[in-house]
Unconditional design. Structure first.
Length: 170
């Protein structure tokens, strides 16, 4: 199959895509992928996100980012056995943004860790600065049904807004 045919096929496949849902396990910061036993799982997720975000066929498609396994991330951070800075040295210099709102009763260490991970993804999504697509991050815990319900309602609203913008009704 020629490159031209492949590109045409990809364009046909992506022509009606409203948004991409990208799920990353926040708790995987201290784990490696099975395939090579050395690549950090969270870095692999960041690399995959970057390749999707910068893909020329997807430059107008927004991404709904689920930063999942927040419960497991909190457990790891509070246990203190696997320090985030051991895997992401840049975490040492990280400051929580002023607009960051912690969950009720959330330990400040957990808030800092989850927003650091979020901001690593947002750094990728804002690097191009073209404004043609957006990243909508959500902290999720799949076992928390109320959280998932709220997130999916947000996603429905995001998709509706995207359609309204697309047809210049908003």
């Amino acid at each position: 199959m020629s490159t031209e045919t492949t590109h045409f096929t990809v364009l046909l496949f992506l022509s009606d895509v409203t948004a991409i849902i990208f799920v990353a396990a926040s708790s995987s910061y201290n784990m490696v992928i099975r395939e090579d036993n050395s690549t950090n799982r969270l870095r692999e997720s960041l690399d995959l996100f970057k390749s999707i975000w910068n893909n020329r066929f997807l430059r107008t498609i927004s991404v709904i980012l689920f930063l999942n396994k927040q419960d497991m991330l909190a457990d790891k951070i509070l246990a203190g056995k696997s320090k985030l800075e051991d895997y992401f040295p840049e975490y040492v210099r990280y400051t929580v943004p002023a607009e960051a709102v912690p969950d009720p009763g959330e330990d400040p260490k957990v808030t800092r860790a989850k927003f650091f991970i979020r901001d690593e993804f947002l750094r990728i999504s804002t690097a191009s600065g073209d404004g043609k697509h957006y990243c909508y991050p959500h902290f999720t815990c799949a076992v928390d049904t109320e959280n998932i319900r709220r997130v999916f309602n947000d996603c429905r609203d995001i998709i509706q807004r995207m359609h309204l913008r697309q047809y210049e009704l908003l």
